[in-house]
Design a protein around this ligand. Sequence first.
Ligand code: SF4
Ligand code: SF4
Length: 372
Amino acid sequence: MKTKKFEKLGISPSLLGFGCMRFPLDENGNIDEVESEKMLDKAINAGVTYIDTAFPYHNGDSEPFVGKVLKKYNRKDLFLATKLPIWEISSKEDAKKIFLDQLERLGVDYVDFYLLHALDKEKWDKVIKYNILDLCQELKEEGKICYLGFSFHDEYPVFKEILEYHDWDFCQLQLNYMDMDIQAGMQGYLLTEKYNIPLIVMEPVKGGALALLPDDVTDKFKKYNFQASISSWALRYVASLSNVKVVLSGMSTYDQVIDNLNTFENFEYLNEDELALIQEVKDTLKSRTQNGCTGCSYCMPCPFGVDIPMNFKYWNNAYVYKEHEAFKEKLENMESKKKAKNCRQCGACEKMCPQQLSIREDLKQVCNYIDD
Ligand code: SF4
Ligand code: SF4
């Protein structure tokens, strides 16, 4: 199993991390414990040592389930990661209570990697307001947390502010070959490199979208290497970046575990031809977008409640991935006030858009697309 050294921390967890948020479910919608345990066992026995869970995964069932399975293994051989749900806390004491509860749910007396979960500007302000970093430092001194980091979902300036505020042990970003310019993106990656902060990547396969591509694009990959799975290209893309130390995959079938193990047991960095092929695929997919919305949200909030980036995201993805049914459904299931049809054509948003998009016209197109 491929490992990369976290130079800053002197440890070498497996490059493939097991994300515990998408376990298979039984007929009642609960974790299918038999199948999920089989998957975890297979991965751990093959050398996966980084196991990533969080307080809210599977409606709170992931932590206790993972804790139960890990009991079979030597605790010191594994790197267990979980996360503090900032949205649940209103004081430092709240945070401590949740952390101690997490130790109990996991059945452990320490956590290797502890993350402040899904930081954005609002949650970061709470972290500061309630002195959460002081609490985490105390827990580190007590040996209950080994390494402190954060996962992130906001724009680059917020990422920069957070990264520069504290001497983090590591951080976790969403990164994949289609989305190198959204959220913190490649700019964020380069900043972690500059400050020598080891990076863990989430959503390398874009929630599964890069595992199942349209036929013409799949053919390009298969022509180059028939044996390689489509998702292996996405995983190797991020894993080849030098400061990426762990790539998380939220595996939901046994076959996915086998496929991912195959990628990381025989791991090869992308060569120049392969990088060029991914660029070609990316260009092909991007050429199908209906507009160039980057999801930056500078146009928000709309005074009438329209979620402009969300509408454009679903509309674009429907064409890029040729998944019209699925994305039409997402557009139709959006909260009523956020739908494109609520645009009153006031034009306020267009003045704010760095891409100079014709937002009003494009929202009309979204409405026509849904009605088609
Ligand atoms: S033009 Fe439409 S989407 Fe833009 S701010 Fe006005 S109402 Fe909202
Ligand atoms: S419409 Fe423009 S401002 Fe709004 S999210 Fe998209 S790119 Fe950003």
